[in-house]
Design a protein around this ligand. Structure first.
Ligand SMILES: [Zn+2]
Length: 290
């Protein structure tokens, strides 16, 4: 159908869920037709010479095309738009998900769908379950039939570290973007905290190396939820928030939030330490301009 009449697509899928992203809608339609989402998107817009916009915030004529493909009035889709903003993951970042939400979806017989709240760059846990968000597996359409999903056990100590990371990220988001006061138990200010997140997430050395997030020390099952990137990086040329927003994997973002939280806490219980001795001078300079 897609090859023969790309302009007359009909997506026989359930209407969007209240908090669903438009990208999630495309993913579901693409899964139905067993084609890559990018291909479905291109077929939908194949004869449109104008820019389409991002999938999550397309041009209005593209939104109308999507609505027609689903047999819905365009107004039903406009609330699903998620225009790019500094508190969100970059538009091209991969999807993240909560395994407990998807377990609930499966139990209800609902399709697996992506929530808009999962795309907030400083939020690393599910607003419904409080569970750490994870990077979506590539074969997500067969989740969890590929393998039965098992929640690893976490000790009380590991859960305290996750709580510290999540609450720090949420406080930082409120201070940066909602005008909330900077918490009294933290030193510095929200802008220094954001700069710190970027500086520890990228290679600050002059040669190919690892970022500081790779140096954290985790025990037991915590490493599944908090870890650095798997590859060495080229030296970063400029610290950019947009670069940080491209880090889709919540586990890597959690590593940076852990280091930043620890560095800025006025009282630092040893058992919550990420295990670094002190920040390298190059990171200190980037954050405090000293
Ligand atoms: Zn959840």
């Amino acid at each position: 159908m897609l090859e023969a009449e790309p302009a007359r697509q009909r997506w026989w899928i359930r209407p969007p869920m209240p908090d669903e992203t438009l990208r999630s809608v495309i993913n579901r339609a693409a899964a139905l037709y067993e084609c890559p989402p990018k291909r479905l998107w291109e077929c939908l817009n194949w004869d449109d010479p104008q820019p389409y916009g991002e999938i999550d915030s397309p041009a209005l004529r593209v939104l109308r095309r999507m609505a027609i493909a689903m047999g819905l009035p365009p107004s039903d889709l406009s609330a699903q738009r998620l225009p790019d903003a500094p508190w969100l993951l970059a538009p091209q970042a991969d999807e993240v998900y909560c395994p407990l939400c998807w377990t609930d979806d499966r139990r209800r017989g609902d399709p697996l769908w992506f929530r808009r709240g999962w795309r907030r760059v400083l939020r690393t846990r599910c607003a419904v379950h409080g569970f750490p968000l994870l990077l979506c597996p590539e074969q997500w359409t067969s989740w969890p039939q590929v393998r039965e999903f098992q929640l690893p056990d976490l000790t009380a100590h590991e859960q305290r570290i996750l709580e510290l990371i999540a609450s720090f990220g949420e406080s930082l988001e409120r201070s940066l973007y909602e005008g909330a006061p900077w918490p009294a138990n933290l030193a510095g200010n929200p802008h220094a905290a954001r700069q710190l997140l970027i500086a520890v997430s990228f290679n600050m050395n002059k040669v190919r190396d690892i970022p500081l997030t790779k140096c954290i020390q985790t025990s037991g099952n915590l490493a599944m939820y908090v870890h650095g990137p798997s590859h060495h990086q080229e030296p970063v040329k400029k610290l950019r928030w947009d670069g940080y927003r491209e880090i889709a994997d919540p586990s890597i973002r959690r590593a940076s939030l852990w280091i930043a939280a620890w560095e800025l806490m006025r009282e630092r219980p040893d058992e919550l330490s990420p295990g670094l001795s002190r920040l390298p001078p190059v990171v200190e300079r980037a954050v405090w301009r000293v």
